[in-house]
Write a protein that binds this ligand. Structure first.
Ligand SMILES: NC(=O)c1ccc[n+]([C@@H]2O[C@H](COP(=O)([O-])OP(=O)(O)OC[C@H]3O[C@@H](n4cnc5c(N)ncnc54)[C@H](OP(=O)(O)O)[C@@H]3O)[C@@H](O)[C@H]2O)c1
Length: 269
């Protein structure tokens, strides 16, 4: 078995993984094998990235030591059972399916199979994502580091115990949606106070980028930066009062808790 990488499922997230690893991560495309039941999708990605394609799961698995599974959660169980008779010692299976536990994957393959579970988010598409990683007992530290290294080009990787995967889904997998809603609402607010929509959009988006970069480059707490822009009896202070009165914080906290709970309800295994 060669040290190749297989990817099963070339949809939204699977193609982001492949693009990131090859385009920005320096992975040799000749070491990558793609498979998707949608032959057109598989072919288009393989042409774009100059990778190999496989005709079936049975064609892909024997070539690859690392196998990424990037199909929808409801398609994962059937896929795992088709992989089971093909598993060889030393192979590592890396699943990004929301709600499918390591235990469940191990039980569909063989107990003791090396399994890694990831929770990525959509900014991985542009190399600015977050990827939460949990590993099964059979995965060594060296193997985990190897996978983390492969994923570096997609964004930051954060290691968490698997019992926090639902929380990671609620906070980080769902995270971009909170930010998009925040941006969309602020643009509407800009329009409501008389600023043209396209101008409001430029101002709001740059605000989010700028404010995030200030947090990123410093080790400062967000509250400290907020205090700096809040002068006594000033405009920001008036705005903050309204946000507190209307429950902005508790609303966000409840949203993350609800998304976490929903992730738990969808869990398999
Ligand atoms: N998108 C996100 O924001 C996000 C974030 C975190 C985690 N995830 C996880 O990422 C996984 C993939 O999501 P996605 O949004 O990339 O889905 P997607 O765009 O639907 O891609 C899945 C691809 O896999 C194909 N497929 C289905 N069954 C297959 C099989 N047995 N063998 C090979 N290919 C198969 C699908 O073909 P058909 O379309 O023809 O069925 C489709 O092309 C999911 O498990 C999801 O939970 C996604």
């Amino acid at each position: 078995m060669k040290n190749n990488i297989g990817l099963i499922g070339c949809g939204e997230m699977g193609s982001a993984l492949a693009r990131g690893m090859i385009t920005w991560g320096g992975v040799d495309p000749s070491s990558v094998y793609l498979y998707d039941i949608n032959a057109e999708r598989k072919g288009a990605l393989a042409v774009e990235l100059k990778t190999n394609t496989a005709d079936s799961v049975a064609d892909l698995i024997p070539h690859c030591r690392l196998v990424f599974i990037a199909v929808k959660p409801q398609d994962t169980e059937g896929l795992l059972y088709s992989i089971k008779p093909l598993v060889k010692t030393g192979q590592i299976f890396i699943s990004i399916a929301a709600g499918i536990t390591i235990n469940y994957i191990e039980s569909c393959l063989y107990p003791g199979t090396k399994v890694i579970r990831l929770m990525p988010n959509t900014p991985c598409l542009i190399g600015e994502g977050t990827i939460v990683i949990s590993t099964g007992d059979a995965v060594t530290d060296e193997e985990r580091k190897e996978v983390e290294n492969l994923l570096k080009s997609l964004g930051i990787t954060v290691r968490l115990p698997e019992n926090l995967m639902d929380a990671a889904t609620g906070l980080s997998g769902t995270g971009p949606a909170y930010v998009y809603l925040f941006i969309e609402t602020l643009i509407d607010a800009g329009v409501s106070v008389g600023i043209r929509r396209d101008v409001a959009a430029r101002l709001v988006i740059q605000n989010v980028i700028g404010a995030s970069k200030m947090l990123h480059s410093n080790t400062v707490h967000p509250a400290e930066l907020r205090n700096i822009v809040t002068s006594p009896a000033g405009t920001t202070s008036s705005a903050m009062l309204v946000l507190e009165e209307e429950g902005f914080r508790s609303c966000l906290i409840k949203a993350v808790r609800e998304a976490t709970k929903r992730s738990g309800e969808l869990r398999l295994g």
